[in-house]
Ligand binder design. Structure first.
Ligand SMILES: *[C@@H]1O[C@H](CO)[C@@H](O)[C@H](O)[C@H]1NC(C)=O
Ligand SMILES: *[C@@H]1O[C@H](CO)[C@@H](O)[C@H](O)[C@H]1NC(C)=O
Length: 418
């Protein structure tokens, strides 16, 4: 195969604590030819020493000559602008991957507005100004699709954002879509999981399932097993699809991409906020952007438990007591009771492990969001049809979970009983 004369330069913003390390490893692999000629990653964390969990492999990616890491406060417009200035002698950035956004559910609306909406908007405005060829925004699955009886939801359907967090993540999409000439593609993903990924409900689910396995107790499930679809996505596919979307967008431009894959982004906020929040488009402004769902097949707690992580006996699900509560119904006391049980089990596991695990980024603590009922069921046909992207890990199963746990074991963050 012939190489293109010049490879693109890429810029990744945010996501060090979520999915951007996987994209960096795809663009500049440890073994093999890089897809880009230069990659810059910009986030608020320090990487040496690391102020967030980055996993055992990422430092090796950072050591590659094509890769540069910049620690920066992206809430400052001038800092965002200077992040786009390439190093001396390098061409401007062709592709921007926007993995920013606050993923913690306990953050206030003000923090969401500042660090999810405003920050992405600053990056989007700068990318439009610089005529960046592709701007891929990763949208986390902060939606609830339970209202409709349909099995899966296409990009055409209106789905409801959940919580303060979901509302402002969704608003961010509208704000980006409103930026004229921004070559925006939105990738709406499922619940992400994968090697060295400790954020989100799947990592908590795997950890908690292992506690029940260790205690040889049936899991008291808050999520009715098998009934509520929760789409997942492997981080390798978040990376692969992000790249595929950038390559798809670059020769098209926004107008052509909109006509091929544009979807209306429906208003789901309080109309009064329009006046208060800078850059927030009016509720009745019709906003269209290319949007693709990116999900693997459903997962349920049952599929987590089919794989017992610590011993050969299989963890059972106690269905007699499987309460199903929405966020509003779940009481703080309830959350604390459940967590006391999980956390003490996990603590016992990491201290009795051979060798003991003094430090781990994994926790059996589940916040209210993780413990409450979620239904996220997206249809994944469009990205394959339009972009041609085929999932590399289409199923969340025994094998994909084992890969995750084995890598944690190898880096010394997961208990071993053998
Ligand atoms: C980032 O900049 C903003 C605006 O100047 C400031 O309020 C905030 O404290 C800064 N954050 C950090 C972590 O320095
Ligand atoms: C959010 O940004 C505004 C305007 O820059 C600032 O006044 C406010 O203190 C910030 N709030 C938080 C919680 O970061």
């Amino acid at each position: 195969m012939s190489e293109p004369a010049t490879k693109p330069n890429a810029l990744i913003f945010g996501g060090l604590n979520t999915c951007s390390r996987a994209l960096a490893a795809l663009l500049v692999p440890l073994d093999g030819e890089p897809l880009v000629s230069h990659l810059r990653i910009v986030d608020k964390f320090s990487v040496a020493p690391a102020t967030t969990y980055i996993g055992a492999e990422f430092p090796k990616v950072l050591a590659k000559p094509e890769v540069e890491y910049k620690q920066a406060n992206l809430t400052v417009a001038a800092t965002v602008a200077s992040s786009f200035d390439p190093p001396e002698g390098k061409a401007p950035y062709d592709y921007v991957f926007d993995f920013t956004g606050e993923v913690r559910h306990d953050r206030t609306e003000m923090i969401q507005i500042n660090t999810t909406c405003n920050l992405a908007r600053l990056i989007g405005l700068e990318a439009a100004k610089r005529k960046t060829k592709a701007y891929v925004r990763v949208q986390q699955p902060f939606y609830d699709t339970s209202a409709s009886s349909k099995a899966t939801h296409t990009e055409k359907e209106d789905v409801k954002p959940v919580d303060t967090l979901g509302t402002w993540w969704h608003e961010t999409l509208r704000m980006l879509a409103a930026i004229e000439n921004l070559n925006l593609v939105i990738l709406r993903i499922g619940f992400a999981y994968g090697p060295y990924t400790n954020f989100g409900i799947v990592a908590s689910g795997i950890t908690v399932a292992s506690v029940y396995g260790y205690l040889k107790k049936p899991m008291k499930s808050m999520w009715s097993p098998g009934k509520n679809p929760n789409n997942t996505i492997h981080i390798d596919d978040v990376a692969g699809a992000s790249w595929a979307c950038a390559e798809w967008m670059a020769p098209l431009g926004r107008a052509a991409a909109n006509s091929l894959a544009g979807e209306e982004l429906i208003f789901h906020n309080d109309k009064k906020k329009v006046k208060e929040v800078e850059g927030m488009p009016p509720h009745d402004q019709k906003l269209v952007a290319p949007l693709f769902n990116l999900v693997s097949i459903y997962f349920s707690i049952r599929s987590l438990l089919s794989f017992n992580i610590n011993n050969p006996t299989t963890t059972k699900v106690d269905e007699s007591n499987s309460t199903l509560l929405s966020i509003g119904q779940l009481m703080d006391d309830h959350v604390e009771d459940i967590n006391e049980h999980h956390v003490s089990g996990w603590t016992e596991m990491i201290t009795t492990s051979k060798p003991a695990i003094p430090n781990t980024p994994l926790s059996a603590y589940m916040d209210k969001f993780a413990l409450s009922k979620h239904v996220v069921a997206f249809n994944n046909a469009k990205i394959k049809e339009v972009v041609g992207y085929k999932l590399t890990k289409p199923q969340f199963n025994h094998e994909t979970i084992k890969e995750v746990v084995d890598k944690w074991k190898a880096e010394g963050t997961w208990p071993i009983f053998e």
